[in-house]
Design a protein around this ligand. Structure first.
Ligand code: AMP
Length: 496
C-alpha cells in the first residue's frame, strides 16, 4: 500500500502533505523521510515483517507515521481505540500477540503490567524518554528506507470489530484490500492534488485511517490535520478546505454552529458521510445551510468502502448509492438466493476490498462467507429501481452510537457481572446527537439497591466511554417471547 503513497511523494516532494492546527507542516518529501525514520526505528526494536504493532495512541502526526511506517516495512498495524480500558486491552493483546505495544506515557505502567502477564511484548511510547520512548530513536534513525514489496495478500492491518457474542474479532485487512479501495475511492470521488482534506476523524477506525488518509495521500492532496473533531474549529477551517469526511454526529453538530453557511463552505467541493445512517432530515438541513448535498457511502472494517452515492448525479438521502468499481453487492434471502429489486434481504459482497478473514477464527470466518465466496455483511438492505442501495437494518444486534459500533451483548455481560444485577438487556434508542444512545434495562436482585449513576460510573471503569449506557432503567423482569428470547422491540417501544 505504501507504494501508492510513494508515487505521490515522487510526483510532488515539495507539496504540503499535512498541516497541523498549531501551524506545523510536512511536505510529501518530509513525510517520506519521517516515515523512513520511524520504519527504521521500529525494525531496530527487533520486529520482523508480519509482526503486529499494537498502537493505543492519541491521534497525532507521529501516530499517523507509525501506521505508514508499518505499511512501508511490512509490519501489521493494530490500531486500538484510546478509550479501551485494561480488561478490553488484555483481550486484544492476548489474541493478537503483538511484537510491540505503543501507548501514551500515562498508560505505560499499566500496559507494561498487562503485557508482562500475557504476551510479554515490549511497551513503548512516542515520547523522548530514552529507554521506553521511540522519539529519540526515530530522530537518530536513517531517513532512507527501502520500502518492502508486499504482496496483495500480505496482511497490513488487523482491526478489531465487536463480536455478537461479546468477543471481538480481528478483521485481517491485506495490502491488496487497501490498494483496491484507495484506487476506487480516489476515482469516484475525484481526488486530485489540488484537494485539501479537513481531517478530523479518529485514526483507529477505517473511516479516518483508510478512507480519509489514503484518499488524500495517494492523490498528493493536503490534509488539514485536527487531532479531534471540534465543530467550531471545523467551521472556521472549511473555507481553506475542499473535502470533509465525517460521521452523522459530526454533521448534526455542524448544524448547531451559527457560522455554517454557503460562505464558510465556498472552497468546498465535497462533504462525505458514513459509518452510521445519516438521517434524511440532516441531509436536507445541511443542504439548506451549506449549499452542499452530503454524499453518503457505506462500508465496514471487513471491507473498507462498499458503496457510494454518485459524485455526479443524484445523491439520494436515505440511500448509500451504488457499488464501488470492483465491488459486487447483492441482496439475498435466507437461502442466499438473489432477491428482486424492492425486496429487503441480507447484503452480501464480493471484491478485492473484502478482508481475508478473522484473525485466528477459521470457523467464524467460514460462517461469514457463502460457499461461492460472498461475504455476509450482517446488514439488511434493499435496491430501488434505479439501483440505489438502502440499509434498512442489521441482521446482527448492533448499536451505532456517534459512528462507533457497540454490540449489546458485551455491555449486557458487563452489567450482569454487577453483584446487584440479575439480568439485563441493552438497546439503542434514538438520540439527536449520537444517532443511537446505548441504553441499559436492568433487573435487580431482590432487596438489592443500585442507582443509575452508580451503575454508569462502575461501567465507566470497565468499558470504553462510548459503550457505557447513557441511561439505565430498572424493570421487574425482561419481556420474553415463547422461545425465551428477550423482546428488545418491546423495550425499544417502552424506553425509546
Ligand atoms: P465499522 O466496521 O465500525 O465501520 O461498522 C460497519 C457497520 O456500520 C456496517 O456494517 C453498517 O451496519 C454500518 N454503516 C456503515 N456505513 C453506513 C451507512 N452509510 N448507513 C448505515 N449504516 C452504515
Amino acid at each position: 500500500m505504501y507504494l501508492e503513497i510513494a508515487r505521490a511523494v515522487a510526483n510532488g516532494p515539495d507539496r504540503i502533505a499535512i498541516e497541523t492546527e498549531d501551524g506545523a507542516s510536512f511536505t510529501y518529501g518530509e513525510l517520506h523521510r519521517e516515515v523512513a525514520r520511524m520504519a527504521n526505528a521500529l525494525l531496530e526494536v527487533g520486529l520482523q515483517p508480519g509482526d503486529r504493532v499494537a498502537a493505543q495512541l492519541h491521534k497525532s502526526v507521529a501516530s499517523l507515521f507509525v501506521y505508514l511506517a508499518c505499511l512501508r516495512a511490512g509490519l501489521v498495524y493494530l490500531p486500538l481505540n484510546t478509550a479501551y480500558q485494561s480488561s478490553e486491552l488484555d483481550y486484544f493483546l492476548r489474541d493478537a500477540e503483538p511484537g510491540l505495544i505503543l501507548v501514551e506515557p500515562d498508560n505505560a505502567d499499566a500496559v507494561t503490567a498487562l503485557s508482562k502477564a500475557s504476551v510479554g511484548a515490549p511497551v513503548m511510547t512516542l515520547a523522548e524518554d530514552k529507554d521506553s520512548g521511540l522519539a529519540q530513536r526515530v530522530a537518530e534513525a536513517s531517513a532512507r528506507f527501502d520500502t518492502r514489496l508486499c504482496a496483495a495478500s500480505d496482511l497490513a492491518v488487523i482491526i478489531y470489530t465487536s463480536g455478537t457474542t461479546g468477543r471481538s474479532k480481528g478483521a485481517m485487512v491485506t495490502h491488496g484490500n487497501l490498494v483496491s479501495n484507495a484506487r476506487a475511492l480516489t476515482q469516484v470521488w475525484r481526488f486530485n492534488n489540488d484537494d485539501v482534506l479537513l481531517h478530523t476523524l479518529p485514526i483507529f477506525h477505517v473511516h479516518g485511517l483508510f478512507v480519509a488518509t489514503h484518499c488524500a495521500l495517494t492523490s498528493g492532496a493536503r490534509m488539514l490535520w485536527h487531532d479531534r473533531f471540534d465543530a467550531a474549529a471545523v467551521v472556521r477551517q472549511l473555507k481553506r478546505a475542499s473535502v470533509f469526511m465525517g460521521v452523522p454526529t459530526y454533521y448534526t453538530r455542524l448544524l448547531g454552529e451559527p457560522g455554517l453557511s454557503p460562505q464558510s463552505c465556498r472552497g468546498m467541493r465535497l462533504f462525505i458521510s458514513g459509518s452510521a445512517p445519516l438521517l434524511a432530515e440532516t441531509h436536507s438541513k445541511f443542504e439548506q445551510r451549506s449549499g452542499h448535498r452530503i454524499l453518503e457511502r457505506y462500508g465496514m472494517s471487513e471491507a473498507g468502502m462498499i458503496t457510494s452515492n454518485p459524485y455526479d448525479g443524484e445523491r439520494r438521502a436515505g440511500t448509500v448509492g451504488f457499488a464501488l468499481p470492483g465491488v459486487e453487492v447483492r441482496v439475498v434471502d435466507d437461502t442466499d438466493q438473489v432477491l428482486p429489486v424492492g425486496e429487503k434481504g441480507a447484503i452480501q459482497i464480493k471484491g478485492e476490498n473484502v478482508f481475508s478473514g478473522y484473525w485466528r477464527m477459521l470457523e467464524k470466518t467460514k460462517q461469514e462467507f457463502t460457499a461461492d465466496g460472498w461475504f455476509r455483511t450482517g446488514d439488511i438492505g434493499v435496491f430501488d429501481r434505479d439501483g440505489y442501495l438502502s440499509i434498512v437494518g442489521r441482521a446482527k444486534d448492533l448499536i451505532i452510537t456517534g459512528g462507533y459500533n457497540v454490540y449489546p451483548k458485551e455491555i449486557e455481560l458487563a452489567l450482569d457481572e454487577l453483584q446487584q444485577v440479575v439480568e439485563s438487556a441493552v438497546i439503542g434508542v434514538r438520540h439527536a446527537d449520537y444517532g443511537e444512545a446505548v441504553t441499559g434495562i436492568v433487573v435487580l436482585r431482590e432487596g438489592a439497591e443500585a442507582d443509575e449513576a452508580n451503575i454508569i460510573a462502575t461501567l465507566k471503569s470497565k468499558l470504553a466511554g462510548y459503550k457505557v449506557p447513557k441511561r439505565v432503567h430498572f424493570v421487574e423482569g425482561l419481556p420474553r417471547n415463547a422461545m425465551g428470547k428477550v423482546q428488545k422491540n418491546l423495550l425499544r417501544e417502552r424506553f425509546g
